[in-house]
Write a protein that binds this ligand. Structure first.
Ligand code: ADP
Ligand code: ASP
Ligand code: MG
Length: 410
């Protein structure tokens, strides 16, 4: 007998019919003789609807109150699923994040999980109950409800699987696995039978919303056996694991993209040494995630600095830069929104020079201007106009032969 963590996303629990279907999947796992912990998201588009309600009252609602509000979505689903399981004759108990012992840092709207007090869950499992946990939420050490960032239920599931040494963690969603690109926008995207933790981490970080990137971090750090599969169809999904054998010659494994990127450029940095740390420390202290950073220094001129942020952080960023202009020491700053990031990912890149050149050539042939570039051993990211995002992703998908090649033989 083992322990299995199953996670069902919003679409998979979007209606009462789907909650019944989810209950069947949970029961099937229980019938195999396993202990089961189920993590669920809010029903359908509930979280978006709750955000809209708050926005009707205020353009910038307090993050503490938003966490209070958004955490209610998952609470509806846990109770309904526990009711459905009981109705089918299985003992189940629903737990909110704090009841499940999920302790997070003192940050609202994007908190990290710090620790899981497993006592209560262990007790219920010992009593042979199915434990249904609300995804995406926890509690901080001031007893305040926190949330883990959009898509954070995946992280709840993987963190629980890591803490309780589960034998596997299944992420049930509305696609049949991890694809070479988002199948909703790239029709020729193909399902990968397996992908490495590192590649999945890059895909998730670079915009592939199928998994929350912190969930992949947990899975990688604690070697959690992870599978993404469909909650509706009976086909095998994608295994995420340490090493994946890739067919010879396959350099790029996926194309990811993300819209609503804003570029900030800070001109006339006066003190080259302290400016950078001052700016980025201030941004970090305000929980503003910075992505691509480029500093340019030509002889005889003050250096300038460009970096990208998510559009939702623009207001906080501009307020911060305005307030600290004197202290940080720069002339002025500008911003440009309506941008997108399009990236290619694959561990085969390390040993294959020319991948970036091929990417730039493809974008140039499509008349797409590249505004920023960032590379690592296993990815190349470009910032381009948002209006070209899908065209760029589709062309890169074709150029790197992802439309045709059967992938990920593990
Ligand atoms: P859930 O509510 O189950 O968590 P999400 O909407 O968060 O579901 O994630 C599933 C969605 O992720 C898919 O519908 C798909 O559009 C999107 N997606 C983005 N990139 C990928 C990818 N590379 N492979 C599969 N799905 C992807
Ligand atoms: N309900 C939250 C969201 O929509 C968390 C999740 O689904 O993972 O982002
Ligand atoms: Mg999700």
């Amino acid at each position: 007998m083992g322990l299995v963590v199953q996670k069902f996303g919003g679409t998979s629990v979007g209606t009462i019919e789907r909650i019944k279907n989810t209950a069947k999947r949970v029961i099937a796992e229980k019938k195999k003789g396993n202990d089961v912990i189920v993590v669920v998201s809010a029903m359908g588009k509930t979280t978006d609807q709750l955000v809209s309600l708050a926005k009707e009252l205020s353009p910038y609602p307090s993050k503490r109150e938003m966490d209070m509000l958004l955490s209610t979505g998952e609470q509806v689903t846990i109770s309904l699923l526990a009711i459905a399981l009981a109705e089918a004759g299985y003992e189940a108990i629903s737990l909110t994040g704090w009841q499940a012992g999920i302790l997070t840092e003192n940050v609202h709207s994007n908190a990290r999980i710090l620790n899981i007090d497993q006592m209560r869950i262990q007790q219920y499992l010992k009593e042979n109950r199915i434990v249904v946990v609300a995804g995406f939420q926890g509690i901080n050490d001031h007893n305040e409800i926190t949330t883990l960032g959009r898509g954070g239920s995946d992280t709840t599931a993987v963190a629980l699987a890591a803490a309780l040494h589960a034998d596997k963690c299944m992420i049930y969603t509305d696609v049949t696995g991890v694809f070479t690109s988002d199948p909703r926008y790239i029709p020729s995207a193909r399902k990968l039978s397996a992908i490495s933790y590192d590649e999945m981490l890059e895909l998730a970080n670079l915009g592939a919303g199928v998994l929350h990137s912190r969930a992949v971090e947990f899975a990688k750090n604690y070697k959690v056996p992870l599978e993404v599969c469909s909650s509706m169809e009976e086909e095998s999904g994608t295994i995420i694991e340490e090493e994946v054998q890739v067919e010879k010659g396959l350099v790029v494994r996926g194309v990811a993209f993300e819209d609503e990127i804003t570029r900030i450029t800070v001109f006339g940095l006066k003190n080259k040494i302290t400016n950078l740390s001052g700016i980025f420390t201030s941004l970090a202290n305000n929980n503003i995630d910075v992505d691509i950073i480029i500093q340019n220094h030509t002889v005889g001129e003050n250096p300038y600095l460009s970096f990208t942020i998510k559009h939702e952080d623009l207001r906080d960023t501009t307020q911060l830069l305005e307030a600290k202009q004197g202290e940080l020491g720069f002339d002025h700053f500008e911003y440009e929104f309506g941008l997108a990031k399009v990236s290619i990912i694959g561990s085969g890149m390390i040993s294959n020079p020319g991948v970036a050149a091929k990417m730039f050539d493809c974008l140039t042939r499509n008349d797409i201007q590249i505004k920023m570039v960032s590379t690592s051993e296993i990815k190349v990211s470009t910032v381009i106009e948002e209006s070209h995002m899908i065209k760029a992703a589709q062309s890169l998908h074709t150029t790197f032969e992802l439309d045709v090649v059967e992938q990920g033989v593990s």
